[in-house]
Design a binder for this molecule. Structure first.
Ligand code: SAM
Length: 162
């Protein structure tokens, strides 16, 4: 497993989509609009509780929120990196492994987890997905729009059952 406490030196700008490489820009810059569109397609404007798993300094969270001004999100950032969480803009910060979330059952309306699963081995990924399933309210909406260019829908509920 990768060391989940270590980020690259340019992580802050890369996570905002300001990567030097074309691949970095595509992977990081284009995904916030894809996630924002997934919200607009599934939730009417209103007030929601949102958890960002593997939030780091909240670069993605900031970009995501800036694209959805008509929504009010009460935000919870979860990460194992205490220094990153210190500067995260979320309302609440939880220092925790995302495979063991200290969040109540069905307490979250929207769960984000951009580029967090891949930092973990397969067994831990399954635990993370189970935790998303346990803590997120609406099973039918538990879908994540993912890939750049070809839209890829990932049904966490069915993966967690495997
Ligand atoms: C590549 S960064 C992504 C940051 C942000 N989600 C984004 O998309 O820009 C991955 C983050 O996930 C966190 N992370 C990965 N696995 C984790 C785990 N099992 N528990 C808590 N945090 C984890 C790392 O500490 C790191 O901050």
């Amino acid at each position: 497993m990768l060391n989940i406490k270590e980020q690259g030196v340019n992580a802050e700008t890369v996570f905002h989509g300001e990567a030097l490489s074309e691949a970095g820009r595509l992977i990081y810059k284009e995904s916030a609009p894809i996630f924002a569109q997934a919200i607009r397609s599934n939730l009417k404007a209103g007030e929601y509780v949102l958890a960002d798993l593997g939030s780091s300094k909240g670069e993605f969270l900031e970009d995501f929120l800036s694209l959805l001004p008509e929504y009010t999100f009460n935000t919870i950032a979860v990460d194992v990196n205490v220094r990153d969480l210190e500067v995260n803009i979320a309302h609440e910060k939880v220092l925790s492994n995302i495979s063991q979330l200290a969040l109540a059952n069905k307490s979250i309306d929207v769960t984000l987890a951009r580029y967090a699963l891949a930092w973990n081995d397969l067994e831990t990924q399954k635990e993370i997905l189970k935790e998303i399933k346990r803590t997120t309210k609406h099973p039918t909406r538990r879908r994540i729009a993912g890939e750049v260019k070809t839209t890829f829908r990932w049904d966490c509920a069915s993966i967690a059952k495997r």
